[in-house]
Every structure is written in structure tokens, then in C-alpha cells.
Ligand binder design. Structure first.
Ligand SMILES: C[S@@+](CC[C@H](N)C(=O)[O-])C[C@H]1O[C@@H](n2cnc3c(N)ncnc32)[C@H](O)[C@@H]1O
Length: 260
């Protein structure tokens, strides 16, 4: 579902959104990496940073979006290439010492199968480092999901509903899955990032660049404008009118090392 992402709106919170990537890199244990891959690499800017820090002999950035890949040109080099591919079916057995994915896997269905494919794609001793947003129980997501099931908005969505939470497992389930897959070591952590926004309107701006793009994609322009208006008015009945507004945002970090 790479279409459910709005690069320009997303860039508005670039610093806040890149901090988790740097936190993710801190999970990786220094090693001599031959082959690394960044799944859902986006513009490649962060892939370049990862490559320069860990210096694999060869790094690949993979993304399904042609629009994103067009932006990777300025970050590529002989030892850092970018290609188009789909995480939902991706697998390359025994090929990588390092698999990284920042804020991308949350869109793929079937995480048990996905993590099996990731495990198979690592070489013995290889490391997996994944970060995903996990804020589905915050009012922004609970409300949009509920609205998508209401007759009027479901129709405007062309019969679609928004059921994102079904894609992801719980933190404990990820830890269990990592163990069951036979990874030798693991660190699975949930972190709350506290974003201080001038007003609660900032929360709407934030989700317009990510979760709400699903609604934008499936609705006509006028329906989406109406939806945004009602969404804001209902959300503001839940969120306090604090200035500044504290926006707690949870993210899960999954690091694991395959058995040698
Ligand atoms: C939120 S962006 C994150 C980009 C980058 N990792 C970063 O941290 O800046 C998510 C990226 O995942 C890509 N993506 C989403 N679903 C994908 C899929 N099934 N296969 C490959 N890429 C996907 C999107 O095109 C987008 O570039």
C-alpha cells in the first residue's frame, strides 16, 4: 500500500520523523557487513546515512514507489544502489548480513509471514532492525477507523474500511515471533515520543501526511474535504484544547540477530 503516503505533508515533520531512524541505528551492533538492504527506503536520504555509518560492501535501498525512487539518485553510489520492489512478497534467501526497515513494514499485511521471509533472507549471524509506528489506539486512529465503518463514509470510501490495527501484532507477539523463528538474540521495545505541537491542529496536520492519506486516496476531493471537517470536529471533542499540545506517539523497535 505504498500509495497511502503523502511525501510533502510527511516532510512537514521531517525532524520528528527521522529521530526514530537514528534511534533504530543505535540498536545495530557494529560488524563487518557485506550486504545490507533498507526495505521501504523512501527518498534514500536515511539509507545513505545508514550506509555511511555501517559501511557495508554493498547496500541496496528498495521501495515500491517510483516517485520515491526518482529522488534516490542524489544518494546513490557504486556501493549504494536503489531498486523497485514490493515488501509484501519480497524474499532473498540467505542474502543479507543486515536488513533495516524504518516506518515501512506497518503497511504490509501478514506480519508472521513477513518476518519469516525476513529471517530467511538473513545470513547466519545477520541482523534485523525494524521500526514501526504503533499508535493505533490513540484517538486519531480509533476515530478514523470507527468513521470508516459508518455507512456514509464507507460509501464515500468506495466500500473500503480502515482496519490498520489488524496488520500489526502486539509488542509481546513480535518478541514471541522473533523467538519462535529461531533468532539467537533480540531486543523488542516500545518507545513513546512526546511531540510538543503549538495546538491540537498540529495532530491533524501530522496524520494528514500518513494515516489519513488512505482516506484521501479512496475518496473524491469533495468527500475528503467533508470527511476532514467532520473528523476534526469529532477529534476535538476528545483531545483537550491545550496550548502547546502534547502528542504522545508510540513506536516499536525490533532488533534481532539470526543464529550463527
Ligand atoms: C513512511 S515512508 C519511510 C521512508 C524511509 N524508510 C524513511 O524512514 O524516511 C514509507 C516508505 O515505504 C514504502 N513502501 C510502502 N509499502 C511498500 C511496499 N509494499 N514495498 C516497498 N515499499 C513500500 C513507501 O513507498 C515509502 O517510501
Amino acid at each position: 500500500m505504498s500509495g497511502t503516503w503523502n511525501p510533502n505533508q510527511y516532510e512537514k515533520f521531517k525532524n520528528e520523523r527521522s529521530q526514530p531512524f537514528f534511534d533504530l541505528l543505535d540498536f545495530i551492533k557494529p560488524d563487518t557487513f557485506k550486504e545490507a538492504i533498507d526495505l521501504g527506503c523512501g527518498t534514500g536520504e536515511l539509507t545513505r546515512i545508514m550506509h555511511d555509518r555501517f559501511k557495508p560492501q554493498q547496500t541496496t535501498g528498495m521501495d515500491s514507489s517510483g516517485e520515491m525512487l526518482a529522488k534516490t539518485k542524489s544518494f546513490s553510489s557504486a556501493d549504494l544502489n536503489f531498486l523497485q520492489g514490493d515488501i509484501d512478497v519480497w524474499e532473498k534467501p540467505d542474502a543479507y548480513d543486515l536488513i533495516v526497515s524504518n516506518a515501512a513494514l506497518q503497511w504490509s499485511p501478514g506480519h508472521r509471514d513477513l518476518f519469516q521471509r525476513l529471517h530467511r533472507s538473513l545470513r547466519p549471524g545477520g541482523q534485523l532492525a525494524v521500526q514501526m509506528p504503533m499508535n493505533h489506539d490513540y484517538p486519531t486512529h480509533v476515530l478514523s477507523q470507527a468513521m470508516s465503518h459508518e455507512e456514509h463514509w464507507k460509501k464515500a470510501l468506495g466500500g473500503h474500511t480502515y482496519d490498520k490495527p489488524k496488520t500489526m501484532l502486539t509488542v509481546e507477539e513480535y518478541a514471541n515471533l522473533i523467538y519462535k523463528l529461531g533468532f539467537q538474540e533480540q531486543r523488542v521495545e516500545l518507545k513513546v515520543y512526546g511531540h510538543i505541537l503549538p495546538t491540537r491542529e498540529g495532530v491533524i496536520e501530522w496524520v494528514r501526511g500518513s494515516m489519513l492519506t488512505y482516506f484521501e486516496k479512496h475518496m473524491s476531493k469533495t468527500d475528503y474535504a467533508d470527511f476532514l471537517q467532520e473528523y476534526q470536529s469529532r477529534l476535538f471533542q476528545i483531545l483537550p484544547d491545550d496550548k502547546p499540545f502534547f502528542y504522545p506517539f508510540k513506536r516499536v523497535f525490533i532488533w534481532a540477530r539470526k543464529a550463527t
